[in-house]
Design a protein around this ligand. Sequence first.
Ligand SMILES: Cc1cc2nc3c(=O)[nH]c(=O)nc-3n(C[C@H](O)[C@H](O)[C@H](O)COP(=O)(O)O)c2cc1C
Length: 163
Amino acid sequence: MSGEVMAIDPQELRRVMGHFATGVTVVTTRDSEGRPNGLTANAFMSLSLSPPLALISVDKGATCYSCFQLNNSFTVNFLSEGQEEVSRRFATKGADKFADLKWHPGENGAAIIDGAIGCIECRIAQCYDGGDHTIVVGEITRACASGGRPLLFFQGKYRSLPS
Ligand SMILES: Cc1cc2nc3c(=O)[nH]c(=O)nc-3n(C[C@H](O)[C@H](O)[C@H](O)COP(=O)(O)O)c2cc1C
């Protein structure tokens, strides 16, 4: 091994990463004027039970990026298999993401989306640089799950669990 770092083609890397199956979340937050905002995200993980922590990874180029500041709040909504349209909407830059969407504010003020199978409410505790993304660690202040079937994402396509 020469120790040289191989250049990896970003499109090829995206294709390979697409072989890792995930659920789909919509992460909601509020801007500095209290307006709801959010984005579709599958870079989410449960990080720690004690203390209760979770992390997400947010593209530095996202329009809603500036909402992810220390001490601000966010909520991770776990989408159900019928919510593909919600996922597409929150993955579309410039979309009117909350138009005709049924939601209510959680205890932290960020949106809880009707029909999601679970959600966690967080307060932003730490942010770490992650290349073109920022790793955002949230302290979980509330968690709930109603059950149901999840929306999945694999090889660039939405999927459901086999029945
Ligand atoms: C299935 C799926 C998963 C995604 N996961 C992430 C993610 O984890 N982090 C992220 O920053 N963007 C992710 N995106 C892209 C954002 O949802 C999209 O770029 C969004 O429009 C960015 O927010 P903005 O509209 O505020 O710019 C994902 C998109 C899809 C379809």
